[in-house]
Design a protein around this ligand. Structure first.
Ligand SMILES: Nc1nc(=O)c2c([nH]1)NC[C@@H]1CN(c3ccc(C(=O)N[C@@H](CCC(=O)O)C(=O)O)cc3)C=[N+]21
Length: 287
């Protein structure tokens, strides 16, 4: 392996430590403890991992967390009723509805129903709009984590070619937006399942971000020598967690690479905590 290993686990621990201090200051000044509510409907395995790690991280950072576990048979109206209650609950600052939702529930209707001031995932159209316009209220947790990891080895991304694999609302799209923001100033290409000559494009990437959800999809032939490779994938293969990047061969070619686990995942959670504090501030100081 010749690439620098981008240690998300370590960086996330440092960010959480910083955040713990900020939460402590905020709470001692206001008497308010930031409170994040996670709503989990059904039993998606990726979501289970996420929820477990998130609860631990909240406790360590001084953020109160409450988990609502609803059965996989929950109706859309039941879920909307719960969110309506959480929206008006003064004691709740952040609301995260775990995705995916069971098939009887229309995801967009649910995400649209979360108060934009409590939308720590930054999925609400108002928050997406603010991000598009370059004045974000909340930074999308996973893309923000990718930016922080890139900054570890590449503090100046101006003019670099970043190729994003995947166009999801949760990672691919907001990732491209952060990379083209003023200050980051990368040139962005977003690829997806219909992209032609994929390898030709990925081989031009100074920064390659894999967010497709297919184990070992990115092979060494797809990577330009010296590229920074960020692996957003969380796939289970024979009970083991693997990313979207074929790690061993790609790590011989890249200049820096994130591992799975221990890369982007912990950074997502650190940014979620940060957004919980931002939400608590917004709701405390606008009163
Ligand atoms: N509304 C919503 N927002 C999300 O951000 C969201 C979601 N729904 N649904 C599920 C996916 C998945 N996701 C993960 C985040 C962190 C880890 C994580 O902590 N991974 C660690 C631990 C791995 C392990 O312990 O097995 C790691 O990669 O090192 C995993 C998965 C967020 N998601």
């Amino acid at each position: 392996m010749s690439a620098t290993l981008l240690d998300g686990k370590g960086l996330a621990a440092r960010l959480r430590e910083e955040l713990r201090g900020e939460v402590e200051t905020f709470t001692s000044q206001t008497g308010v403890t930031p409170h994040l509510v996670v709503v989990l409907v059904g039993e998606d395995p990726a979501s289970q991992v996420y929820v477990r790690n998130k609860e631990k991280a909240c406790v360590a950072a001084g953020v109160k967390s409450t988990l609502y576990r609803l059965s996989s048979e929950t109706s859309q109206n039941e879920l909307l009723d719960l969110i309506a209650k959480l929206n008006t609950d003064q004691d709740v600052h952040g609301i995260l509805v775990q995705l995916p939702l069971p098939k009887q529930i229309e995801e967009q209707a649910v995400l649209d129903s979360v108060s934009p001031l409590k939308d720590v995932d930054a999925f609400h159209p108002e928050n997406v709009g603010l991000l598009v316009q370059g004045r974000p209220r909340f930074l999308p947790c996973t893309p923000a984590g990718c930016m922080q990891l890139i900054a570890e080895v590449c503090p100046n991304t101006s003019g670099m070619h970043a190729v994003v694999l995947g166009r999801s609302e949760i990672v691919g799209k907001p990732m491209g937006l952060l990379l083209i923001q003023r200050g980051a100033d990368a040139t962005v290409t977003t690829c997806h399942s219909r992209t032609r000559n994929l390898q030709e494009i990925t081989r031009q990437a100074d920064i390659l971000i894999a967010a497709i959800g297919k184990a070992n999809f990115v092979t060494a032939e797809m990577v330009k020598p010296g590229a920074i490779v960020i692996d957003v994938g969380i796939n289970r293969v024979d009970g083991k967690l693997v990313g979207d990047v074929d790690f061993t061969p790609v790590s011989q070619i890249a200049s820096a690479i994130t591992p799975v686990p221990g890369g982007v995942g912990p950074m997502t959670i650190a940014n979620l905590l940060k957004n919980a504090l931002t939400a608590a501030r917004l709701q405390t100081f606008s009163k």
